[in-house]
Write a protein that binds this ligand. Structure first.
Ligand code: HEC
Length: 193
């Protein structure tokens, strides 16, 4: 190899290095911090879903636990869909699922894990690859939840749950336990980048 060959090889190598660097820089566009305004928009988008779910659920409980199961089953996805408009999507997920249809998207897994490990952050927000922001809030078990998610579930409820959700993992919780996440995705604010 001549001296010229060597320097050409080195140049080619450093150009390749630059290209790799440029690609890394381009891909890490999604590493930018979530803006406060985006957090605010996500939180605002989630609020009516949370409120409507709660009031519908309380109404269901007044009619009886079996009716409340129907509310959880049918109303929750409907309410989520109803509030998911103009590029905003939302729902609930968990590390211990009752309905596998509520399974987490990839980006939710590390967030679920951080709460399972005891994080007490009131919310987490991340920039996603598809120019969206993913925002989650933890859900904790309260007393009324134990009826259907606790250690001991009345036979009439347990029977119903077993029939509807054969692979149910969402029992055995105690008050205060982390139960899962509310999640919402919104488009990024327009950026001047
Ligand atoms: C009357 C029974 C009942 C009660 C009480 C109840 N749930 Fe559920 N829960 C269900 C059912 C049924 C589902 C499955 C809903 C579906 O099919 O999407 C569910 C699903 C969930 C999910 C979605 C993730 C998954 O596992 O599919 C979360 C989160 C959840 N419940 C949290 C709670 C919390 C928090 C409370 C108390 C505030 C509560 N639940 C009270 C019956 C109940």
């Amino acid at each position: 190899m001549t001296r010229g060959d060597i320097s050409a090889t080195l140049r080619a190598a450093s150009i390749r290095g630059l290209i790799v660097l440029a690609m890394v820089a381009a891909c890490s566009g999604s590493e930018r911090e979530v803006k406060e305004a985006e957090v605010e928009r996500a939180r605002t988008a989630l609020l009516p879903f949370k409120n409507e779910l709660k009031s519908t659920f309380l109404k269901g409980l007044e009619e009886g636990p079996v009716e409340a199961i129907a509310v959880c089953r049918e109303a929750a996805p409907e309410i989520a869909l109803h509030h998911s408009t103009s590029g905003i999507e939302m729902g609930r997920t968990s590390h211990r699922l009752r309905n596998p249809g509520n399974g987490p998207a990839d980006w939710m897994n590390p967030l679920l894990e951080s709460y399972v490990k005891g994080s007490s952050e009131p919310y987490r927000a991340v920039v996603l690859d598809d120019r969206r922001v993913g925002y989650v809030e933890p859900i904790y078990i309260q007393k009324p939840c134990l009826m259907c998610h606790g250690e001991t579930v009345a036979p009439v409820i347990a029977g119903q749950i077993e029939q509807l959700y054969p692979g149910d993992l969402a029992v055995g919780f105690e008050e205060g336990d982390f139960r899962g996440l509310f999640w919402v995705t919104i488009p990024l604010e327009d950026e001047e980048q």
